[in-house]
Write a protein that binds this ligand. Structure first.
Ligand code: DC
Length: 222
């Protein structure tokens, strides 16, 4: 029997990464931040001077990705890239390489390899629709674009980066449109997903809701 999976999909800056990490910690399960894999492909392509629209070469990078997630850090080829990976420019580049079907295909097996006992919490855009269609619980986490831009703004300022709210809002709108309108694995809730709007919920309250849904599912399955 495969290990159980909870998927958390949603738009950029909906808080899904924070919620997924906390949920995984609470359950004692593994956590997959699938967006980090797209960011790594984009970062490596930029470092090698590969055009972000060159599908075959970016797919080659995806197939050769040597990544390690350890204690909240991400390593690429043995080097810590945790901070640079969160850069807005890398996020925008990731959204571009994520439209390439060969890149998505190359990352499928890598993502599925994170499914280990006692369970996996996976966050991204297509975790419930494409990568783990048999997940035990699927969550689609959303929030208004304005509140997401404000959250992202606060995060960046707290980390000492400079940021402008109108620019962030525009970038998020562009990324939402690209993620939702691409031909392969577009961002959308799985048919059997529960939708949580976190515009007025903090992280703890959101995790609480997901846990409640998880326990209810398990009780029903008994
Ligand atoms: O969640 P994030 O901001 O780290 O994701 C970066 C980009 O990667 C995002 O614009 C869309 C893409 N992505 C994707 O297409 N599919 C996923 N499962 C995760 C991320």
């Amino acid at each position: 029997m495969s290990a159980p999976v909870i998927t958390i999909d949603g738009p950029t800056a909906s808080g899904k990464g924070t919620v997924a990490e906390k949920l995984a910690r609470t359950l004692g399960w593994a956590w997959l931040d699938s967006g980090a894999l797209y960011r790594l492909c984009a970062l490596q392509a930029q470092r090698e001077g590969v055009d972000l629209d060159d599908e075959e070469r970016v797919a080659q990078i995806a197939r050769a990705l040597r990544v390690r997630f350890a204690q909240g850090c991400v390593e690429l080829d043995g080097h810590d890239v945790t901070d640079v990976l969160r850069d807005e420019s890398v996020g925008n580049a990731a959204s571009r390489v994520a439209v390439l079907p060969a890149v998505r295909e190359a990352l499928l097996a890598l993502q599925r390899g994170f499914r280990v006992a006692p369970g996996l919490v996976a966050d991204g855009r297509d975790m419930g629709t494409v990568v783990f269609p048999d997940a035990e619980l699927k969550v689609f986490l959303t929030a208004s674009v304005e509140s997401r831009a404000e959250r992202r703004y606060k995060q960046l300022i707290e980390k000492g980066f400079s940021a402008k709210l109108p620019d962030l809002l525009r970038d998020l709108q562009q990324r939402d449109a690209r993620d939702a309108n691409r031909a392969v694995a577009p961002l959308r809730p799985a048919e059997d997903a529960i939708v949580i709007d976190s515009t007025h919920l903090d992280v703890d309250a959101t995790v609480e809701r997901v846990l409640k849904a998880h326990h209810a599912r398990r009780r029903r399955a008994c």
